[in-house]
Design a protein around this ligand. Structure first.
Ligand SMILES: NC(=O)c1ccc[n+]([C@@H]2O[C@H](COP(=O)([O-])OP(=O)(O)OC[C@H]3O[C@@H](n4cnc5c(N)ncnc54)[C@H](O)[C@@H]3O)[C@@H](O)[C@H]2O)c1
Length: 260
């Protein structure tokens, strides 16, 4: 059995931990959850971070960028595998280097998007010339601490789609830590942080979170459009993300053929 602990018990971690606890993923046992919420979940085994390092084979991070940079290095240094949802934190090249040094292995969730497999394949065929990801969410979940009062008031009073920021994937993943993890995912799939452009759009009419990924290179031209329902608990996160995590854990633990 693969012993899995979950760091973070919110929209992603809570769903993942409860499914593991219910035995929904064959070959996997839940070691426990570690979190920073004011109250422990009554239905899950809670462990502290020290226990997490000794009681699991795989640590599933669902706790945010600061948690990944704070705890991730000790997980891989202890030889445990680390499954990452806060992919945007890897825009920090030092953190990416530290985590990649092992000896534990780092796995990344595909999370809210698809098409990363084909982007990787196309990048391997002579690289990509142009890659862009445009993320559209509702304005009320896109406010950031670095925004000026003017920017925040423009965001709050938007009546039509408003391009909040455009830039490199590294810049956008860092500026919107809860909303643009996918910009980092695309850059990591492309194997090139410089070629990937990203944009975040606030749309007061958006009932779903939309990601449009466009890529062009020697292998061809691609366009993926994803419309996800937001999580009710944490609307910056799409409801499908914990199921992407559970699918991947099942694949890591299982013996069925999987797409690679
Ligand atoms: N890769 C993707 O496609 C994708 C998609 C959506 C969200 N995300 C990211 O996944 C992460 C989790 O998202 P969520 O919606 O579940 O968040 P959430 O706010 O619903 O839950 C976060 C949980 O982490 C816990 N936590 C915070 N800091 C911690 C720490 N230092 N140690 C232990 N626990 C800690 C909190 O107590 C809470 O239980 C975020 O970084 C989010 O940006 C990634």
């Amino acid at each position: 059995m693969l012993s899995v602990s979950v760091l973070g018990c919110g929209a992603i971690g809570g769903v993942v931990a409860r499914a593991l606890q219910a035995g929904e993923v064959p070959g996997v046992v839940l070691a426990g959850v570690a979190h920073r919420d004011p109250v422990d979940p009554p239905d899950l085994p809670v462990i502290d971070e020290a226990a997490l390092l000794v009681s699991s084979d795989l640590v599933v991070e669902c706790a945010g960028h600061a948690a990944l940079s704070g705890t991730g290095p000790s997980v891989v240094a202890a030889g445990l595998d680390l499954f990452v949802t806060s992919v945007g934190a890897l825009a920090d090249a030092d953190l990416l280097r530290t985590l990649s040094a092992g000896p534990g292995r780092v796995q990344l969730t595909t999370g809210a998007i698809g098409g990363l497999d084909l982007i990787r394949s196309a990048a391997a065929m002579g690289g990509l010339r142009r890659v862009r990801i445009t993320t559209t969410k509702r304005p009320e979940i896109l406010g950031q601490k670095w925004m000026t009062d003017t920017e925040l008031s423009r965001l709050g009073s938007a009546t039509e789609p408003l391009v909040l920021r455009e830039g490199s994937a590294r810049e956008i993943a860092t500026a919107f830590p809860r909303s643009a993890n996918v910009a980092a995912s695309v850059a990591l799939a492309a194997g090139d942080w410089e070629v990937v452009e990203a944009a975040v759009v606030a749309d007061p009419g958006a009932e779903r979170t939309t990601h449009v990924i466009e890529a062009e290179g020697n292998a061809g031209r691609y366009r993926f459009e994803i419309e996800n329902l937001p999580s009710e608990q944490t609307p910056t996160t799409s409801a499908v993300v914990p199921y992407a995590v559970l699918r991947a854990i099942g694949e890591l633990a299982g013996r069925s053929p999987v797409f690679r």
